[in-house]
Write a protein that binds this ligand. Structure first.
Ligand code: 5GP
Ligand code: MN
Length: 329
């Protein structure tokens, strides 16, 4: 349930706030955290943003991104720990230890699977992005929208709506966008930056993934894999694979898509996607992961080929349970 008043009360009684988000942060996690930091600093709160993993290069331009710290640099504690865009406590990674050191905890999130793990929880699985909830929170705190906050919230909202194309995109998203535009958002420039420009390693990695594309589930599941070798050959980072799974789902005849990538620490990260009415959060959860109905993820220890086979089998089983798919797309 959304609880902007509850989060406001927690924030107002705090002098210092630690903000953190999930491992392998995306635009919604980083944008929401940085927007919240700007809002809290306007209110005179001492605020630091922590992430376990580094900020993806394409988000490094966001205001305050260079001041994001790893949890190892945190002091003893803060008055309030605020998690954003993080579906479960363990998804904080090493930032979970910071949460344990704060006596007051709150969170703002939009994952339907969120178990309300903080003392104060403003969570709504029907919100398209955490960024939408941050805008609502800003109003509850009676802070005015600035151009910098608009920039951060655009990064958040545009990321999680797939540049305003996923089926989570709703009227609230466009009402929020209307406010961001009024605050002076340079939309065309940012859109180019976040959704169209690609680095050379990113493009090479996409080539590798497409080269490895195969189909399972009687042709209805598109599967791509990326080994450490692929990342090394292309000079690419993990973040460069972040949107590749969409190419699988965009292939005609496909209902589900999977991207498997070797993390380099003995685990394999899986990105699962589905077209309505199919869902993949249930598949991911059954294997220990989570996410949203049409976009979910999981990391599994093991060998690329073997773990991929297991996830593909679980997706095939999910596909077989769905009886009312149109035969052809
Ligand atoms: P992506 O495939 O883009 O990394 O993630 C898609 C969605 O699944 C995101 O909303 C993310 O929060 C969730 N997700 C990704 N990896 C994991 C994971 O290992 N565990 C859980 N619980 N959720 C994940
Ligand atoms: Mn999100």
């Amino acid at each position: 349930m959304r609880d902007p008043a509850g989060v406001s009360a927690a924030v107002e009684s705090a002098g210092s706030v630690w903000i953190a988000g999930h491992v392998n942060p995306d635009g919604d996690a980083i944008g929401s955290a940085l927007a919240m930091r700007l809002i809290l600093e306007t209110m005179g709160k001492r605020t630091t943003v922590f992430f376990q993993d580094k900020v993806p290069d394409d988000l490094a331009f966001l205001p305050g991104a260079s001041e994001i710290r790893p949890p190892s640099e945190a002091g003893d504690s803060a008055d309030l720990f605020l998690a954003v865009d993080t579906s479960s406590r363990d998804r904080l990674g090493s930032c979970e230890a910071l949460m344990a050191r704060c006596s007051r905890t709150a969170q703002i999130d939009h994952h339907g699977t969120n178990p309300a793990y903080a003392q104060v929880n403003s969570v709504d699985g029907s919100a398209a992005a955490t960024g939408v909830l941050i805008l609502e929170q800003m109003k509850a705190l009676k802070v005015a929208l600035t151009a910098d906050v608009a920039l951060c919230l655009y990064a958040a909202i545009s990321t999680d709506t797939g540049n305003f194309s996923f089926d989570c995109t709703n009227g609230e998203v466009f009402r929020a966008m209307s406010e961001l535009m009024e605050a002076g958002l340079p939309l065309a420039e940012l859109n180019m930056r976040l959704f169209r420009e690609k680095s050379r390693p990113q493009l090479k990695l996409l080539g590798r993934a497409i080269e490895h594309l195969f189909f399972a589930g009687a042709g209805r599941i598109a599967v791509m894999t990326l080994s450490r070798r692929d990342f090394e050959d292309c000079g690419a980072l993990a973040e460069h694979a972040d949107t590749i799974v969409n190419y699988g789902l965009e292939t005609l005849g496909t209902w589900m898509a999977l991207l498997a990538r070797e993390n380099g620490d003995g685990t394999v990260k899986f990105s699962l996607r589905a077209r309505a009415p199919l869902t993949v959060d249930d598949v991911a959860e059954s294997l220990g992961g989570g996410g949203h109905p049409r976009a979910a993820g999981i990391s599994i220890p093991g060998i690329l080929e073997e773990t991929t086979r297991r996830v593909v089998e679980a997706m095939e089983a999910r596909l077989e349970r769905e009886t009312d798919l149109e035969e052809e797309r």
